[in-house]
Design a protein around this ligand. Structure first.
Ligand code: OGA
Ligand code: MN
Length: 279
């Protein structure tokens, strides 16, 4: 029997007893997709899969889409990207990992950001490297009424890079640059399944609030991010090899802890699920 076990933290559930090969049968797919909208994060333990198996599993949540950075795409399965976040011996790491060290939501630099991200661990370090998630419904709910009024109806500009981000992103080819002009999104969005409001924040990509002076915009974005940084909104996932973790980009942010040993492999398969423009 398939069981959904809710985490005791701010978000997340563990799905027990599901045969992954059957996940995209209509009954299981509906159950998984609903669990994602309600819990915002689902964890399915199991063994490492091939890129084709991962893509087929991901179809339970919607339509897998190819990702911006071409060089990460997996050979004959372009919907699966291979993310190597191993720390290098020269003390640096993969650009993607450094960038993922601060809170963010995936893909907000697109007009139609991915609804969900699936990560499947192929190799994990002996310790460390957990991924943390933030519930953006509870962040919105916790804002003072005066702040909620200030941001009501406001829109914000997201870009591939912004000086507000702590770290710089991976380099893009001219083709990839052409696909990533700045885009505007609402600062508060409504979840299309549950109807709940969420703060749509992304400290890695969000440059400014439309219609505000730079200083005022910076101060307000900092104030909003400060609420999201409070541990009461967070849940951490400690990886086992073979785990599948799927999160809802419509109402969460996430970050990786770069606290794992240098040289130990950390390799994930990643699938993005096509979304709808935020409203
Ligand atoms: C991502 C990401 C975090 C991690 O794939 O979008 O932020 O723990 N990954 O690897
Ligand atoms: Mn990410």
């Amino acid at each position: 029997m398939v069981e959904i076990v809710s985490s005791k933290g701010a978000l997340g559930a563990r799905i027990e007893g599901l045969d992954r090969a059957r996940a995209n049968e209509p009954t299981f797919a509906a159950m998984l997709d609903q669990a994602l909208a309600e819990h915002l994060l689902v964890v399915l333990p199991g063994a490492p899969m091939t890129p084709a198996e991962t893509r087929d599993f991901a179809r339970a949540f919607g339509e897998p889409q190819t990702q911006l950075l071409r060089y990460k795409r997996s050979g004959d399965v372009p919907e699966v990207s291979v993310m190597v976040s191993t720390l290098m011996t020269d003390g640096t790491t993969d650009k993607t990992a450094i960038r993922a060290e601060d809170w963010h939501t995936d893909d907000s630099y697109f007009a139609t950001p991915a609804k969900a991200t699936l990560l499947h661990s192929i190799e994990i370090p002996s310790h460390g490297g957990s991924t943390w998630f933030c519930n953006m419904h509870s962040v919105y709910d916790a804002l003072p009424e005066a702040t909620k009024k200030r941001i009501d109806g406001k829109r914000a500009m997201h870009g591939y890079d912004t000086p507000r981000a702590r770290n710089r992103p991976s380099a893009r080819t001219p083709e990839e640059i052409a696909e990533t002009p700045d885009v505007e999104h609402p600062l508060v969005r409504t979840h299309p399944v549950t109807g709940r409001k969420a703060l749509y924040l992304n400290p890695n990509r969000l440059d400014r609030i439309v219609g505000l002076e730079r200083a005022e915009s910076d101060a307000l974005l900092d104030e909003l991010a400060d609420e999201a940084r409070k541990p009461q909104h967070h849940f951490g996932h400690v990886w086992n090899k073979g785990d599948i973790v799927v999160w809802d980009n419509r109402a969460t942010m996430h970050r990786v802890m770069i606290d794992y040993p240098v040289g130990e492999k950390r390799i994930m398969q990643r699938v993005l699920i096509k979304g709808e423009p935020p409203i």
